[in-house]
Design a protein around this ligand. Structure first.
Ligand code: PEP
Ligand code: MN
Length: 359
C-alpha cells in the first residue's frame, strides 16, 4: 500500500500519517518526491484493515495498492529515478552519483594484490575517466584453494588509493562479522552474486545505511534480485544500486550469459539505478568492450569493469581484465554511445581534497 500525500501536505501531517500507520502495527516509509511525499506501508500481508482511517487524515490525497511483491523498490512506490550518492561519508574527494542522466563508470582490479598494483590501476582508471574504484579485499572464490584476497590489508590499500586519487571505493562484503571493518574503508558495499540471497547479510548492510551495490545472483530471476533489494531497503537503507553481471544458462561459451533485457525491464519495474558488469559476464577481455558498449546502449546507468596494469600476472580474473589503454579506448567508445541516447558520462565532482581518512 502506498499513501500519496497532497503536494502542500505539511511535515506535521506526514508525521501524523506515519504515526497512524505505526498504530495499526505496520511500518511507514516516508519518501519525499519532487512534488509530493509518498508513504509506503510494509508489514501487511494483504489489504490494510483500517485503510479508511488513514484516507481521512488531513493532507492525504489517495491510497494506492501496490501489486508487486516488492514494495519499496518498485516504480509504483516511487516514480522518479533514485540517485545514489557515494563517497562523502568517508571523505572521498570526488563523490560519485549513480542514477540520473549521467552514465557512471566504476573500474579497478578484481582483487587488491599489492600497494603498487592498486595505486597503478587506480590512477590509470581515474585518468581515463572512471568515477569510482573497485577492488576486492575479501574474495568469494569457487575453489577454497584459490587466492582469497588480502583481507584487512586490502582494505587499508583501498583507503590509500582513495586518498591518492579522490575516487570513492566499492569493495565486497562477504559476512556480517567483517561489516564494521569494511565500513571503515568502503564508500560502497558490494554484495556479490554468490551472496545475493544471504538474507542476514542483506539486512545487516541495510541497517548500515552505506550505499550498496547488489549484484544479481547467477541463478536469480529479476524478481529475486528486486526482492533482495527490498530486504536492504526495508531496513531503512534507500541507497541501493542493482547490477546485472550475467546468469548461468545452457550455453557455456561465455563465463555467464549477460541478460541485457534485465536493464530496460528493471528500469520499468524499479526506480533504483541499474549498472552492468561486462567483465564477469564474458570472462574474456576481448569480449568485454562490445558488451560494455551494448550495456550503455540498453540504458544502463553505469558499468563496473575489471582493469589490471599487468593482466598476465593478476592473482585473480586476469583473462577478463582490460589493460589501462584498452580501458581508455572503451571509455571513448561508450561516451559516444551514451551521447547517442542523450546521456553524458559522469564526471568527477572535483571537490577540494578532504582530509585523508584515518588510516
Ligand atoms: C566481483 O565483482 O569481484 C565478483 C566476484 O563478482 P560476482 O559476485 O558478480 O561474481
Ligand atoms: Mn573478478
Amino acid at each position: 500500500m502506498l499513501i500519496v500525500m497532497e503536494a502542500h501536505a505539511t511535515a506535521e501531517q506526514i508525521d501524523q500519517v506515519c504515526r497512524a500507520v505505526a498504530e495499526l502495527g505496520y511500518t511507514a516509509h516516508a519518501m519525499p518526491g519532487p512534488t509530493r511525499t509518498a508513504i509506503g506501508i510494509t508489514g501487511n500481508n494483504g489489504p490494510i484493515g483500517d485503510a479508511d482511517r488513514i484516507e481521512r487524515l488531513p493532507g492525504v490525497r489517495e491510497l494506492i495498492s501496490v501489486t508487486a511483491p516488492y514494495k519499496l523498490v518498485s516504480r509504483e512506490f516511487r516514480e522518479a529515478d533514485t540517485l545514489v550518492q557515494i563517497g562523502s561519508e568517508l571523505g572521498a574527494a570526488q563523490p560519485a552519483t549513480l542514477g540520473g542522466a549521467a552514465v557512471a563508470i566504476i573500474a579497478g582490479p578484481c582483487t587488491v594484490e599489492s600497494r603498487e598494483q592498486v595505486l597503478a590501476v587506480a590512477h590509470a582508471v581515474k585518468d581515463a575517466g572512471a568515477v569510482m574504484l573497485r577492488g576486492g579485499a575479501y574474495k568469494p572464490r569457487t575453489s577454497p584453494y584459490a587466492f582469497q584476497g588480502l583481507g584487512f590489508e586490502g582494505l587499508r590499500l583501498l583507503a590509500e588509493a582513495r586518498d591518492a586519487t579522490g575516487l570513492p571505493v566499492v569493495t565486497e562484503i562477504m559476512d556480517a562479522e567483517t561489516l564494521p571493518m569494511v565500513l571503515s574503508c568502503a564508500d560502497m558495499l558490494q554484495i556479490g552474486a554468490r551472496n545475493m540471497q544471504n538474507y542476514p547479510l542483506l539486512k545487516a548492510v541495510g541497517r548500515s545505511g552505506r550505499p550498496v551495490l547488489l549484484k544479481r545472483g547467477f541463478a536469480a530471476t529479476v524478481k529475486d534480485l528486486l526482492l533482495a533489494a527490498e530486504y536492504i531497503m526495508s531496513e531503512g537503507n534507500p541507497n541501493v544500486v542493482l547490477c546485472e553481471r550475467g546468469i548461468r544458462t545452457f550455453d557455456d561459451s561465455a563465463r555467464f550469459t549477460l541478460d541485457l533485457h534485465a536493464v530496460p525491464l528493471i528500469k520499468q519495474l524499479s526506480h533504483l539505478p541499474i549498472i552492468v558488469d561486462p567483465s564477469h559476464a564474458s570472462g574474456r577481455a576481448d569480449r568485454v568492450v562490445p558488451l560494455a558498449r551494448a550495456a550503455v546502449a540498453a540504458g544502463a546507468d553505469g558499468l563496473i569493469v575489471e582493469v589490471h596494469h599487468a593482466p598476465a600476472f593478476a592473482a585473480c580474473d586476469g583473462e577478463q581484465a582490460l589493460t589501462p589503454p584498452s580501458f581508455a579506448a572503451m571509455m571513448a567508445q561508450v561516451e559516444r554511445i551514451a551521447a547517442a541516447i542523450d546521456r553524458p558520462l559522469a564526471q568527477p565532482a572535483n571537490l577540494t581534497l578532504a582530509s585523508p581518512s584515518a588510516w
